[in-house]
Design a protein around this ligand. Structure first.
Ligand code: HPA
Length: 275
């Protein structure tokens, strides 16, 4: 475990050495098809994951594998262009490794994004959903010896998604006529998409959208006191299935890409309003 802490420190030290005078307070994890937000950063330093000690590699499609530090609006941010998923075969420690490194770098706010299937029948492809809560159907990333220097053994998850951030984004969306949904994200391992019966099951259980990421990073971020804002792009509808319908990753990426501009605008506006 001490060894693990050393690994976090080594990675943080390397990143610090690469980003020069930048001191980002907000980090952004860009999900499937949403990496283009990194393109709106200016004065960037791009660090491939392959160069960062102990970082995993991004193997998922639509995930580029760069850590990008730069200016977003009037703030300095650290953006992960692509994340690690449990379905890629990584351990939960590997999946959430970057979040602990962010903590050591002084990150106070984390914005997370993902592509997700809609299970609320009011949700349509292309909708943006503020994540107001989650249901974790994956192994908990905090299983194992607790690292007290990051947080307590039994961290609270009552308000995992920061209420103030949600309020601000709703206000921004309102002022700019951007329609938004709000709901509960169900995180499961994948990589198979759900069966119609599973979509219905999680919908009845209180979920509004469903995906294969985000929850591990959020749990680890909350454990160490990082404030979280989360947003899903609805890329498919998991509540009606025409006879010839099939779920496929290309359609998911395309739908995420079409929504990326709106999501980038909201993230940029939020980062400008805080801290
Ligand atoms: N299920 C799980 N993950 C997803 C989906 C889905 O329907 N769409 C995009 N990511």
């Amino acid at each position: 475990m001490e060894n693990l802490l050393e690994q976090y420190q080594e990675a943080a030290g390397y990143i610090r050495s690469q980003i020069g005078g930048y001191v980002p307070e907000t980090a952004i994890i860009l999900g499937s098809g949403l990496g283009s937000l990194a393109g709106s950063l200016t004065e960037t330093v791009s660090i491939p994951y392959t160069g960062i000690p102990h970082f995993a590699r991004s193997t998922a499609i639509g995930h580029k594998g760069n850590l990008i530090c730069g200016r977003l609006g009037n703030k300095t941010v650290l953006a992960m262009q692509g994340r690690f998923h449990y379905y890629e075969g990584y351990t939960m420690q590997q999946v959430t490794f970057p979040v602990r490194v962010m903590k050591l770098l002084g990150i106070e706010n984390l914005f997370v994004s993902n592509a997700a299937g809609g299970i609320n029948t009011a949700f349509k492809v292309g909708d943006l959903m503020i994540i107001r809560d989650h249901i974790n159907m994956m192994p908990n990333p905090l299983i194992g010896k607790n690292l007290e220097c990051f947080g307590t053994r039994f961290p609270d998850m009552t308000r995992a998604y920061d209420r103030e951030f949600i309020r601000l984004v709703e206000q921004i969306a309102d002022e700019n006529n951007i329609p938004l949904k709000k709901g509960v994200y169900v995180g499961l391992t994948g990589p198979s998409y759900e069966t119609p019966a599973e979509y219905a099951f999680y919908g009845k259980g209180g979920g509004d959208a469903i995906g294969m990421s985000t929850v591990p990073e959020v749990i680890v971020a909350r454990h160490c006191g990082i404030r979280v804002f989360g947003m899903s792009v609805i890329t498919n509808e998991g509540y009606h299935f025409a006879d010839d319908f099939v779920n496929n990753a290309d359609d998911v990426l395309e739908a995420a890409d079409r929504a990326a501009g709106r999501m980038s605008f909201l993230f940029r506006s939020l980062v400008e309003k805080i801290g």
